[in-house]
Design a protein around this ligand. Structure first.
Ligand code: 13P
Ligand code: SF4
Length: 303
């Protein structure tokens, strides 16, 4: 009851501020229910750029709010919990990129969107988990540097005809899923297809029927004939999967599969940030323009 009152207060405050509330597919259930729009990291940044609303409340992690601020520099972008980061995005710096470029001077640098704006600014082009292979294939360079995720990097390398230099970062949440835990749930539900996020290890991906971004999983399940699915990604995705497909069943391996950073956002954080219009995410020049160039180069590639 008290929670519903708070949700109503937040919605009213959002109307007064003319704010749009966005939530990533891994956010806590109540935050996904509150949001105007839910989606994967790229889809949300595009919504931020497209909306006519001047204030964006980005319920996600820091790099996502940064991408929104880069693509919509005239808008006020708020990250309700300033502690919500992404350990993988912190595993590489612009200085690391400069060193990689010196080692491989003819290679193009492809940065996964899970990077800081400063790292994007030091890169040639961005990619997401949804378009990574298409982005790499679009490049004229024969050699590429793939940062920061070694699992996404290996997945791309197995599908393109390029020399790939792969940075040794990872998402701890996906990387630590034991392949045996997935094998065990597959034995229990042999008919259920496995949908896995490309941040999982090669031994997990080898067991998958489809390798998809969170947005890709939602799209796939909507049109699939099967009634049960094994899901290898963060558990928050179950909220939208179940909402869109009430008759279908989603089974997770016996593994926590929780991103603590994604779960930091609370209703109190969202209410406070709309009252104070803080914490604001700003990306200063020249990083902002350079990061936008890498993101827009990706967005210009036909899907
Ligand atoms: P998506 O872009 O697939 O939503 O993934 C973001 C993310 O952080 C995965 O761990
Ligand atoms: Fe970062 Fe992994 Fe959390 Fe995604 S799930 S935000 S990659 S730590």
């Amino acid at each position: 009851m008290e929670q519903q009152h708070q949700i109503d207060r937040i919605r009213q405050l959002a109307r007064q501020r003319d704010a749009l509330i966005l939530a990533h597919n891994y956010q806590p259930e109540v935050i996904q229910q509150l949001a105007d729009i839910t989606g994967d990291s790229l889809a949300l940044s595009l919504e931020a750029a497209r909306t006519s609303k001047p204030v964006i409340v980005f319920c996600g992690v820091h790099f996502m709010a940064e991408s929104a601020a880069v693509l919509a520099p005239q808008k006020l972008v708020l990250l309700p919990n300033a502690q919500a980061g992404c350990p993988m995005a912190d595993m590489i710096t612009p200085e690391d990129v400069a060193r990689l470029r010196a080692e491989h001077p003819t290679a193009a640098v492809v940065a996964y969107v899970n990077t800081s704006a400063a790292t994007k600014a030091a890169s040639d082009i961005c990619c997401t988990s949804a378009n990574a292979v298409t982005v790499v294939n679009s490049l004229s360079e024969k050699e590429v540097i793939l940062i920061p995720d070694r699992n996404l990097g290996r997945y791309i390398a197995s599908r393109v005809d390029k020399i790939c230099h792969i940075w040794d970062g990872c998402c701890p949440v996906h990387d630590e899923l034991p392949a045996q835990a997935l094998a065990a749930v597959k034995r229990q539900y042999p008919q259920a297809p496995v949908l896995a996020h490309p941040e999982c290890t090669p031994s997990v991906l080898a067991q998958a029927d489809a390798i998809l971004s969170t947005g890709g999983m939602l799209q796939h399940v909507r049109t699939a004939a099967e009634q049960q699915f094994i899901i290898a990604t963060e558990r928050g995705i179950a909220v939208q999967l179940q909402k869109d497909n009430p008759a279908k069943e989603f089974i997770f391996p016996d593994y926590p599969f929780i991103c603590e950073d994604m779960k930091r956002t609370s209703l109190d954080d969202v209410e406070r940030c709309l009252q104070l219009l803080q914490p604001r995410i700003r990306v200063a020049e020249p990083v902002c323009s350079a990061a936008r160039r890498a993101l827009e180069r990706m967005l210009a590639i036909p899907r």
